[in-house]
Design a protein around this ligand. Sequence first.
Ligand SMILES: NC(=O)c1ccc[n+]([C@@H]2O[C@H](COP(=O)([O-])OP(=O)(O)OC[C@H]3O[C@@H](n4cnc5c(N)ncnc54)[C@H](O)[C@@H]3O)[C@@H](O)[C@H]2O)c1
Length: 327
Amino acid sequence: MDVTKVLVADAVDLACVNLLKDHGIQVDCKLKLTNDQLIKEIDGYEGLIVRSDTKVTRDIIAASNKLRVIGRAGVGVDNIDIPAATEKGIIVLNAPGGNSISACELTCSLITCLARNVVSAAASLKAGKWERKLFSGHELHGKTLAIIGLGRIGKEVAIRMQAWGMNTIGFDPIVTKDDAAKFNVSKMELEEIWPLADYITVHTPLIEQTRNLINKTALASCKKGVRIINVARGGIINEADLLEALEAGICGGAALDVFLQEPPTDETTLKLIANDKVVATPHLGASTIEAQVRVAVEVAEQFIALTGKSKTYTKLFGVVNKSVLKE
Ligand SMILES: NC(=O)c1ccc[n+]([C@@H]2O[C@H](COP(=O)([O-])OP(=O)(O)OC[C@H]3O[C@@H](n4cnc5c(N)ncnc54)[C@H](O)[C@@H]3O)[C@@H](O)[C@H]2O)c1
């Protein structure tokens, strides 16, 4: 496939640009374009690379005459109109494993922050207070962590939290009991999980089956004081139901890196973020130097593989719309 000219529309790490250039591919970086500007600019490029800022809409795809591949330097491809790309035979690919460790490490940090009230205690001390009794926490050792979604990130979280002495249980429709047991997770049905879990962390994509997965009914079946963590996608946990559970004391705390709407403006989301029992971060799961370099390089490697000219880079490991490859 000819990939001679690539447009980079978001701030991807320079490692991506350099690798493409080293392989004779022209790269133009034009950041912060509006939808209309991108519609004007896209023509003439065979490749487009974005992170999460640029929305690759049907209009943009329709305006492109030469476009053959769209790369997302990251995992989630919800900012790309995949049906529109697929209809035009355009490959959409991502960097599937590039930020797993970073997202996993943030999840584990948030679990420990919740256990020991680290964030509120630090804020209180900075405000000049000395409130040792108020911020007494509890140990993670011997507690049960439920992991919903046992893919790349879920599995890494399990392995790390086992080192803290947590029992790990979980659910995933495609991971078998035997496969889960290989990394010491007891696979169970969701209804069995809710009453056992002290902590619940979600690591699924946001799809129809996972939207509002943690809702009023699930929360009502949980142990009193259960802590909820979401470093996956906003919408997997129903925000209004979570807020209600926090206010009613059913939920003992929550750590949220992702929201239904980002940046959040909705009243419920803002109330959730402001709640004393909530630790909230602005979608930082993949925001590490290491992950940004890794995802940038993974996308560049696959673009080079598409040209068929490299002996080193030959694998297309992140194609999201595989049907296009068969055409
Ligand atoms: N906060 C961030 O910045 C950040 C960074 C990286 C990834 N993510 C998100 O984390 C999530 C997990 O990423 P990953 O790389 O581990 O993905 P993955 O594809 O490796 O794993 C996801 C797992 O979820 C499972 N799953 C699907 N439907 C399910 C359901 N109904 N119930 C339970 N499990 C279900 C899948 O079978 C799969 O094993 C994704 O939503 C991704 O977008 C967020």
